[in-house]
Design a protein around this ligand. Structure first.
Ligand SMILES: Cc1ncc(COP(=O)(O)O)c(C=O)c1O
Length: 445
């Protein structure tokens, strides 16, 4: 057995954590040791409701024996075989076939990766490669959005539109641009919906024209911006984006890393608006986080270019763990669970309960806006209803309260973000709302 204090000491001495800040971490991290359903337990035996499903990813909940079995079975059978040219494996093939059946439109081919950033890196490279193969070598630029998040490897970070992720790592890679996003609570155009006529969607056309359409390879967007504060687009937004991309021959990459596999109440987020992208990045929920797996799905039109490559051209892009058989086996079992337990519909139903509860918090003085879709919700703190920025330190107080009262969630730029496992119970949802309400009230004092 381990001594909890000693574990924390060893962690502080030997781990450089992602998103690390020593001054916020002086007492060391919470060291989790067990998870069941929507509940995590730390090494001291304290329980927490995991209202963030790990990192937006543990869709089927913690502690699923079936997934442990799937991994063990596959490891016994074949622990690794590469997906590089001329080599494949059974779970990868079955998973690609299964994904083609559940993905929207004609997204029928998958390139496998091990996470979200790698998926987006791949999507950008596929876009550039596609245009070069089709005689338009100058189409190389990628347009993302302010407040968009696409991961933190070099190109994914450059597509990410949140400045704090660039700081101390700049310069960004060349050829990445960002347009304003549908952040209606603090509209970048100082307008209100619907009178704004969704100007933020027109921003894409303006940017394409300003840069020259012949230089733009792709536009990338999350169906619902997660890390940017859970920003849900107006209904007209994505249909108009699709039209603009078609008009200027710009590929539309949907980053479904969070929104895929049921999170919003449909299997994929963009299905909410009936729009089909040219490429779709996914990760997280495909294995519910039990194994690192991601990928990019390509439309028939794009895939054809790769099927018909000239003999002297290779798509020289690869990761050792692309199509990892154990990850793919776990994904297959995870998709069984999502289907058999009706978790997509459950996300919609439980999301309504969560939203109804959170909406009541809008009466609190510090709550500016509550927004969300399915089991993805944001509570934006603000200094008064006019939406003045929140006072410094309020978010930290909220976090301190919720943590000490056994609730795990995240806060970024005054937006509290919630994304519990799709299996969360009604009672647990009510507890999340209650603890959060107490925390915000306490912070206001
Ligand atoms: C929308 C989106 N895209 C990409 C990523 C990056 O995924 P990863 O951390 O697996 O690289 C994330 C991570 O949260 C994300 O939310």
């Amino acid at each position: 057995m381990y001594d909890p204090q000693q574990l924390v000491r060893m962690d502080l001495d030997h781990i450089l954590h992602p998103m690390h800040n020593q001054s916020h971490n002086a007492n060391g991290p919470i060291v989790f040791s067990k998870g069941r359903g929507a509940v995590l337990t730390d090494v001291n035996g304290k329980e927490y409701i995991d209202a963030f499903a790990g990192l937006w990813n543990v869709n089927v909940g913690h502690g699923r024996e079936e997934l442990a079995e799937a991994a063990a079975e596959q490891m016994r059978e074949l622990g690794f075989a590469s997906g590089y040219a001329g080599s494949s494996n059974v779970p990868g093939i079955l998973l690609a076939d299964r994904l083609a059946k559940i993905a929207p439109g004609d997204l029928n081919a998958t390139y496998f990766t091990t996470g979200g950033a790698e998926s987006n890196e791949t999507a950008f490279k596929v876009a550039r490669f596609y245009w070069k193969m089709n005689g338009r070598p100058d189409k190389v630029k990628i347009i993302g959005r302010q407040k968009g998040y696409h991961g933190l490897t070099a190109a994914a970070m450059s597509a990410t539109g949140i400045r704090s992720f660039w700081r101390n790592f700049d310069p960004l890679q060349a050829g990445f641009h960002h347009i304003p996003i549908h952040y209606c609570f603090r509209c970048p155009y100082h307008m209100s919906y619907p009178q704004c006529n969704v100007l933020c969607a027109d921003a894409l056309e303006h940017q394409i024209l300003a840069e020259d359409p012949e230089t733009i390879a792709a536009f990338v967007a999350e169906p619902v911006a997660g890390t940017g504060g859970v920003l849900v687009p107006p209904p007209e937004y994505f249909p108009r984006i699709r039209e603009t991309c078609d008009k200027y021959n710009v590929l539309f990459i949907a980053d479904e890393v969070i929104t895929g596999f049921g999170r919003t109440g449909t299997m994929f987020g963009l299905e909410q608006w009936g729009v089909v992208p040219d490429m779709m990045s996914f990760a997280k929920g495909v294995t519910s986080g039990y194994q690192p797996l991601g990928g990019v799905m390509l439309s028939e039109k794009l895939f054809r270019t790769f099927q018909e490559l000239p003999a002297d051209v290779t798509f020289s892009h690869g990761y050792t763990y692309s199509q990892h058989p154990v990850c793919c086996a776990v994904a297959l079992r995870n998709l069984d669970i999502i289907e058999q337990e009706g978790l997509v519909g459950r996300a919609a139903a439980m999301g309504s309960r969560l939203m109804a509860g959170l909406k009541q918090l809008e009466s609190l003085s510090l709550v500016g806006e509550v927004r969300g879709i399915g089991l993805m919700a944001g509570v934006e703190l603000a200094g008064g209803k006019a939406g003045a920025p929140c006072l410094a330190g309020v978010s930290a107080k909220v976090l301190e309260y919720t943590e000490s009262h056994g609730l795990i969630h995240r806060i970024r730029d005054d937006s509290i973000m919630l994304a519990p496992p799709l299996t969360i119970t009604e009672e647990q949802i009510d507890s999340v709302v209650n603890i959060l309400g107490e925390a915000i009230s306490a912070a206001a004092k």
